[in-house]
Design a protein around this ligand. Structure first.
Ligand code: ATP
Length: 263
């Protein structure tokens, strides 16, 4: 059996002296398989993402990357796991040009050095911009010159520039209009396939989950309610929480059917 790339074991967490936000959470992600974290608001998804990024320390249990605990292994973690956040407006520094924004992981991880580092950085940035469908001239411009969808492409270029193994995406398309959302999901799927990326996705949108992830973990009140193959879990939900999520997912009307009346 293939060893998991990420292994979450009996993870527990509480903010300061508050109640437990996560309890006994466990799952694995195998390299090349993508996994979605779903659940109602407040279920603990974003907290779990912060733990997977090493931004929070577990209260109990552990997260393993390639069999090694994240704590004390932060550099390997930052190289292997890159985040993409929801808001394309606040996640990019408005004072920096796109080339500097995209090159940030190369600089902070010290991946490009020596006399040719400038040319090598430019080459890697151009390659990342190309991978997300942005023209080379985008490098010289500032974030405010781009639409929300283009900004999310810049955020994706920054995430893939250091060739990570995992993209940890927290609601990466939910701030975008429907057409842009579809394009971005297609791009995420293409990056996943062409770069052998594992995507760990948080999304309220089950269509996006089904499009991008083979496996799903359903969280309820900080515990795993249900997990398994996406088609199986969303197609035949067993847990009441999963049934509620599936039942509340918006559906486009069938051709010839009246659109749903707004509330
Ligand atoms: N910084 C914080 N300090 C204290 N409590 C927090 C903090 N961040 C989140 N919480 C609490 O932790 C619980 C889980 O929040 P979290 O944001 O992880 O849920 P979520 O599933 O991502 O929700 P949503 O889908 O609404 O984003 C909630 O009860 C929330 O109020």
């Amino acid at each position: 059996m293939t060893a998991p790339l990420i292994e979450v074991r009996e993870l527990g967490f509480a903010y300061r002296s508050g109640p437990p936000v996560l309890s006994g959470v466990g799952f694995e992600v195998v390299q090349g398989r993508s996994l979605a974290l779903v659940g109602e608001s407040g279920a603990g998804k974003t907290t779990l993402v912060r733990l997977l990024l090493g931004l929070l320390r577990p209260g109990s249990g552990e997260v393993l990357l390639d069999g090694r605990p994240l704590c004390g292994n932060e550099r390997a973690l930052r190289r292997a796991v890159q985040p993409v956040f929801q808001d394309p407006y606040s996640s990019l520094d408005p004072r920096q040009r796109v080339d500097r924004i995209v090159a940030e992981p190369l600089r902070s991880l010290g991946l490009v050095s020596g006399p040719g580092r400038r040319a090598e950085t430019d080459r890697r940035v151009a390659e990342a911009l190309h991978a997300v469908g942005l023209p080379p001239q985008a490098a010289r411009r500032y974030p405010h010159e781009f639409s929300g969808g283009q900004r999310q492409r810049i955020a994706l270029a920054r995430a893939v520039v250091c060739h990570p193994r995992v993209l940890l995406a927290d609601e990466p398309v939910s701030a975008l209009d429907l057409v842009t959302r579809v394009r971005l999901v297609d791009l995420l799927a293409e990056l996943r396939d062409t770069r052998d990326l594992t995507v760990v996705l948080v999304s309220h949108d089950l269509t996006v989950v089904a499009e991008l992830c083979e496996e799903v973990v359903v969280l309820e009140g900080g515990r795993v309610a249900e997990r398994g193959g996406t088609a199986e879990v969303l197609g035949s939900p067993r847990h009441p929480c999963t049934r509620r999520l599936v039942a509340s997912a918006p559906r486009l009307p069938e051709p010839g059917q009246e659109p749903a009346q707004p509330l």
